[in-house]
Design a protein around this ligand. Sequence first.
Ligand SMILES: C[C@@](CO)(OP(=O)(O)O)[C@H](O)COP(=O)(O)OP(=O)(O)OC[C@H]1O[C@@H](n2ccc(N)nc2=O)[C@H](O)[C@@H]1O
Ligand SMILES: Nc1ncnc2c1ncn2[C@@H]1O[C@H](COP(=O)(O)OP(=O)(O)O)[C@@H](O)[C@H]1O
Length: 468
Amino acid sequence: MAVTIARATAAHVPALCAIERTAVELFRGHRAWSAYAAMAIPPELLEVATARGLVWVALEQDAPVGFVWLDDTMGEGMIGVAEIDVLPSHGRRGIGAALLEHACAWARAAGYRAVGLGTLGDVPWNAPFYERHGFAVVDKDEPAFARARERDRENGFPDDLRVFMSRDLAAPSVKEWTAWPAPAKLNLFLRIVGRRADGYHDLQTVFRLLDWGDELRVRVRADSGIVRANEVPGVPAEADLVVRAARLLQAEAGVAQGAEILVDKRIPMGGGLGGGSSDAATTLVSLNHLWGCGLTEDALAGLAHRLGADVPVFVRGRSAWAEGVGERLVPAVLPRRWYVVLDPGEHVPTAALFQAPELTRNAPPATISSFASGETVENAFEPVVRARHPRVAAALDWLSRFGRARLSGSGGCVFLETASLAQARKVVRECPAAFVAQLAAGVEVSPLHRALARHRGRSAMPEQPLRA
Ligand SMILES: C[C@@](CO)(OP(=O)(O)O)[C@H](O)COP(=O)(O)OP(=O)(O)OC[C@H]1O[C@@H](n2ccc(N)nc2=O)[C@H](O)[C@@H]1O
Ligand SMILES: Nc1ncnc2c1ncn2[C@@H]1O[C@H](COP(=O)(O)OP(=O)(O)O)[C@@H](O)[C@H]1O
């Protein structure tokens, strides 16, 4: 029966944990057995990794039969294989190899220079398997493996049995697909402080970037065509912000080449999470690199502003206090927090809301200290959206049982901030079927900028500075 590989979702996690427990049985009788037996994968870690797009599942008729989980905390341009497991009933069919190749291909497209892992030297489905797939044993004392060894010690894993291996990844050529994240944002509060002559509104908000979002695949074309390579329901290619962003950069930087862009949409559209804006920013940042335009961050943020009020923050890549229409940004260092984002499935039209007569558009300006003290958390759109969109109101009401529920941007997505992952998971688990719940962490630096740093580290061409 055919097996396909897909990005795993939170719904797969219980099955993946069960696969790991079944696969570990193969070690019964081995000297490392007691450590393996005591070392089940904490489901919350796998849930966080799936939200961040770091887990792929092998599916046979929609049923998970194996998975690979990547660890992006190793540093030094290396990504780790945290876990790879296949049901023993499905062994010797090449599923593990296909998962490994899939993960390595993604890592290469995402700009990593190597894949590392820790395994056992003495069992055939471990080190010898990886050797056949291009991995070589490396020095255990390499700093990239320090955390893995530390974890081994904590878990009582026999150090003499452990070998660390790595496989180098060739830099993608300019004609190959590269992978770039486009994170979602939340507005932690939003106040409208005035209306301008051009009809736009001056606002104050705090943009919090998340570690969850869309993913773009981008490759350069020799001709000048700008092509969106997949269908996005409800967004014709010509109207897509990625196409508009690519054309704008191409024209402004005088680029002769073109690009193909594939958009893997995960952020609900019209949800107030800035998905289209983030896709546009990722297009600008990735093509500035791939086309070798050498535009500074300030110049790119200027182009971003022309595409939409929410685009500059994603180009800057830092959670920020924002004023103006959202283009005057001061990076904000925010506490580590988790978010439960609820999608009530309601597309809220932003322009119509800004025109609503009942909208408070002359609020007194808030101060950074009133936000920092937790006093300023309101969103000016919330009463308007509540009255016009009953499903959003229902989502706010349900989420309010657990704490201060807030609307993001002009909605319709709502969210709850929590201080612990456990609290966020509890809320996600209780979420009724009427809403889709997403768990995400707030980040200080955008995943886009981490990706840019990796791609630049790999670049053969001399880079011009992104900062002026
Ligand atoms: C409300 C916010 C808060 O972050 O987010 P979303 O709900 O869209 O995520 C943003 O201000 C939305 O930014 P963005 O979605 O980029 O807006 P744009 O495309 O520039 O503008 C869409 C329309 O909204 C109105 N608009 C937008 C921004 C602003 N400061 N004043 C406005 O009056 C204008 O009528 C404009 O035609
Ligand atoms: N790449 C894109 N992704 C999402 N929406 C897009 C994109 N390009 C254009 N749009 C249009 O922008 C609208 C707003 O989308 P989005 O940015 O996701 O929401 P919001 O502005 O509420 O945060 C969509 O309804 C869609 O018509």
